[in-house]
Design a protein around this ligand. Structure first.
Ligand code: ADP
Length: 503
């Protein structure tokens, strides 16, 4: 009898469920969108009940579409939008407020206060993060300070809180299990990544009662089983939930980056680069963050992470604002019609620059225009700008980590661009490896669950399931690439500190 593993991929805009077979192939998938709630400029919320309902519907639909006996599903794995924070009533399961989404900037003033109190160094040392509103800790603090009666109820033990993994596991187990996996915990700004426990000093500094927090657990182990009588999921009762990780570490796992020095980049609207740095956390000198990738059989693997704010969005900008192209694939065709960008460099710092620059006051820049510049040169410069930004991150990682990056595995919507992948390989001077299975995040969650449920024997078997669709190797002359990169750095300098510090 065939065995299946179900991945729940709870993202920022949709809830998905995907069934994988033992060969790592997709048997079926289902997806439901849910509402984005914007109560004020810069604020983003989700309705936790909608997250749970859409995830339930997707699970039921994926099982129906596969035409399989649900008893053949050996395990469920979860991957989720990270940092998004939910607080709910322990007895009724009712959320006390909407989920505060990772993108939400409402707690920036709390971060400023904590910084003024001198907490930044402690945060970085203990959690591997930067003091920023993205992370869950200040979101939870805001809820406790703002929602009437919340702090009293929290201290009385009437409430539970967690990130979306925690919320889903609690609901799937019928309110029995209140846990969070180490990778999700390590994005809260409350979790000590060295001891793998909630940090008492940080909880005190943020005034958060520890009794509110879920129990942190390793990523691959049985957390609990699907409860009886969950509407729509009756047929799935009893299936063990055996894997959980945030979306980016799940993609690192799904790309089989199991050895130190292996890294992945996701080319989407923005980019997320993660590098496996082994079993000891790394302290970045270049503005990268360190979090837990995963923990299995008592061994914890850490990841260095950096992100690019604007990547695929720059291609959208060419299409939607400039009208230079009709579609993203046209950008590739146009870029391929010229041998180089004719000296043009685009820096798409639309919303500032992240690591390694961290300049919120940078803005987009085009330099090197001549009378002969065509839209093809600009299209090519936009694709190059994405590869340059990823090169910045990879170079920063190579400086920070004990071993250099040996291979870059790629995924995400913009990784279909052959020309961009070739530019990337030329700049990095390493192989850029695109898999045939693009659902790396969901597969990572399934792989973790299947590993602990015994569907797959170990990392080696999982490695064997990953197949490269194409490996791009450096072709262009190294000195010419170095000259291009130097020009990029000069263009970045021009884009920096562009607007006054009025933010
Ligand atoms: P996200 O998950 O962040 O919404 P996706 O992974 O779906 O993003 O990737 C979509 C992004 O990829 C878009 O910003 C789009 O402009 C870009 N993209 C899609 N196809 C191409 C292409 N052929 N060349 C360059 N960029 C592309």
């Amino acid at each position: 009898m065939e065995t299946y593993v179900m991945a729940l991929d709870q993202g920022t805009t949709s809830s998905r469920a995907i069934l994988f077979n033992r060969a790592g192939g997709i048997v079926s998938r289902a997806q439901r969108l849910f509402r984005q709630i914007y109560p004020q400029p810069g604020w983003v919320e989700h309705d936790p009940m909608e997250i749970w309902a859409t995830e339930r519907q997707s699970m039921a639909e994926a099982v129906d579409a596969a035409h399989i006996d649900p008893k053949c599903i050996a395990a469920i794995g979860i991957t989720n939008q990270r940092e998004t924070t939910v607080v709910w009533d322990a007895r009724t399961g009712e959320p006390v407020y909407n989920a505060i989404v990772w993108q939400c900037r409402r707690t920036a003033p709390i971060c400023d206060r904590l910084r003024a109190d001198g907490l930044e160094e402690t945060v970085t040392e203990k959690t591997g993060l930067l003091l920023d509103a993205y992370f869950s800790g200040t979101k939870l603090r805001w809820l406790l300070d703002t929602v009437p009666g919340l702090r009293r109820r929290a201290e009385a033990g009437e409430l539970r809180c967690g990130t979306v993994d925690s919320w889903l596991i609690w609901n799937l187990t019928g309110g029995k299990v209140h846990v969070t996996d180490y990778s999700n915990a390590s994005r809260t700004m409350l979790f000590n990544i060295h001891t793998l426990t909630w940090d008492a000093d940080l909880c005190r500094a943020l005034d958060i009662p520890v009794c509110l927090l879920p129990q942190p657990v390793p990523n691959c182990q049985e957390f609990g089983r699907v409860a009886e009588n969950i509407p729509g999921l009756e047929a799935l009762a009893g299936i063990p939930i055996c894997g959980s990780a945030g979306d980016q570490p799940a993609a690192l796992f799904g790309q089989a980056c199991f050895a130190p020095g292996q890294a992945k980049n996701t080319y989407g609207t923005g980019c997320f680069t993660l590098m496996n740095v082994g079993n000891v956390p790394v302290r970045s000198k270049n503005g990268l963050v360190t979090s837990v990738g995963w923990s299995w059989k008592g061994k914890t693997t850490y990841a260095l992470e950096g992100s690019v704010f604007n990547a695929g969005s720059a291609v959208q900008w060419l299409r939607d604002e400039l009208g230079l192209i009709q579609s993203a694939p046209e950008c590739d065709r146009l870029a391929g019609s010229v041998p180089d960008s004719g000296g043009v460099v685009v820096v798409p710092a639309f919303t500032g620059l992240g690591a390694p620059y961290w300049d919120m006051y940078a803005r987009g820049t085009i330099v090197g225009l001549t009378r002969g510049t065509t839209r093809a040169h600009i299209a090519r410069a936009v694709l190059e700008s994405i590869a340059f930004q990823v090169t910045d991150l990879v170079r920063a990682m190579d400086e920070d980590a004990p071993c250099p990056i040996t291979v870059l595995r790629v995924d995400g919507g913009a990784s279909v661009s052959d020309i961009m992948m070739q530019i990337q390989a030329d700049l990095l001077r390493i192989g850029v490896d695109r898999p045939d299975q693009v659902e790396t995040t969901a597969f990572g969650a399934a792989a973790m669950a299947g590993l602990s449920a015994g569907v797959w024997s170990g990392m080696e078997e999982l490695e064997g399931l990953r197949r490269s669709q194409c490996v791009f190797r450096p072709l262009r002359d190294e000195a010419a690439c170095a000259a291009d990169y130097a020009r990029w750095r000069r263009a970045v300098d021009r884009s920096r500190n562009w607007i006054e510090n009025e933010l």
